[in-house]
Ligand binder design. Structure first.
Ligand code: ADE
Length: 230
């Protein structure tokens, strides 16, 4: 079974609609949709925005349904001039940029227990996602570090800092949290984000304008992955 998590309804509902043989179960306020996409068994959930919601959902999904692979899909802000609205970022690493015990001598972003700043996404899942991306010839796809924090970025200064401190190319609010849960549980993790805005002064307006289109791009990549797995 493949576990798929998105923060917002718009990020997961097209996939849920494409499922066959669906059933659903609600746990701690989160609905888990079980069924098939193409020939793959999947469990899909909308976790809600932010790192705690994402961690609750990911851990529950793992304990309850034991997915052999977990993928976080959705939209993100771009941190790089090379990464434009509508394009896709596949995470190779994820960092919790707002985890800060630097006053105690640690590097900013160090995640305790995992004991890493940059947490790796699974190589084999990334390779599968790249193959899926190659099927979507019309969508440009980047691989790089994704920065996660409990903040919607519309600040050029913080954007520059995340790009320079972590060489991150996209920012969002759940990926590194789910990555951490997956590392703690030994579940291979993949991170797919389509760009809805540039995390700058205009990001609130751009987000509202482009999130639907960006969510459709990440959905398209997931459907291409299901074809790849067929
Ligand atoms: N998701 C999409 N755009 C974002 C932004 N600018 N900051 C945080 N998360 C996002």
């Amino acid at each position: 079974m493949i576990g798929i998590i998105g923060a917002m309804e718009i990020e997961v509902m097209q996939l849920v609609k494409a499922m066959a043989d669906t059933s659903q179960e609600k746990i701690s306020g989160i609905t888990y949709f079980l069924g098939r996409l193409n020939s793959s068994a999947v469990v899909i959930a909308k976790c809600g925005v932010g790192k705690v919601n994402a961690a609750v959902c990911a851990q529950t999904m793992i304990l309850k349904y034991a997915p052999e692979m977990m993928i976080n899909i959705g939209v993100a802000g771009s941190l790089s001039p090379a990464v434009s609205i509508g394009e896709i970022v596949l995470g190779d690493y994820a960092v919790q940029y707002d985890f800060d015990t630097s006053a105690l001598g640690d590097p900013v972003g160090l995640t305790p227990e995992v004991n890493l700043v940059k947490m790796p996404c699974a190589d084999n899942v990334l390779q599968l996602l790249q193959k899926a991306a190659a099927r979507l010839m019309q969508i440009k796809c980047h691989v790089g570090t994704v920065a996660t924090g409990d903040q919607f970025l519309n600040a050029p200064d913080l954007k520059k800092k995340l790009a320079s401190d972590f060489s991150a190319i996209a920012c969002e609010m759940e990926g590194a949290s789910i990555c951490q849960v997956c590392l703690l549980n030994g579940v291979p993790f993949g991170l797919v984000r389509a760009i809805s805005d540039n995390a700058d002064d205009d990001s609130d307006v751009d987000f509202n304008t482009f999130m639907r289109m960006a969510a459709a791009q990440s959905t398209a990549l997931l459907l291409a992955l299901m074809e790849e797995l067929n």
